[in-house]
Design a protein around this ligand. Sequence first.
Ligand SMILES: [Zn+2]
Length: 82
Amino acid sequence: MKCEKYLELISLYIDRDLDQDEVDLVEEHLCLCENCMIFFRTLKKTVALSRVYYRKKYCRVPKNVSERVFYQLRVIYEKEKF
Ligand SMILES: [Zn+2]
């Protein structure tokens, strides 16, 4: 599976929205692939920060925010050709 295919899985992984097989798949790939690990860390940090920010107003990050972040990271990811 190509790195691009992992982008969405990594996003879901952060949201804890994967089944165990997919979790294993992502974790295995993150151990092997530095670029995806960087993507994972960046996304995780961004999601965590926006959660802190939005906690004041909302219980959770609005879905469109995480989607926008994900989209932008994906653009960066493709531009940098990781
Ligand atoms: Zn990768």
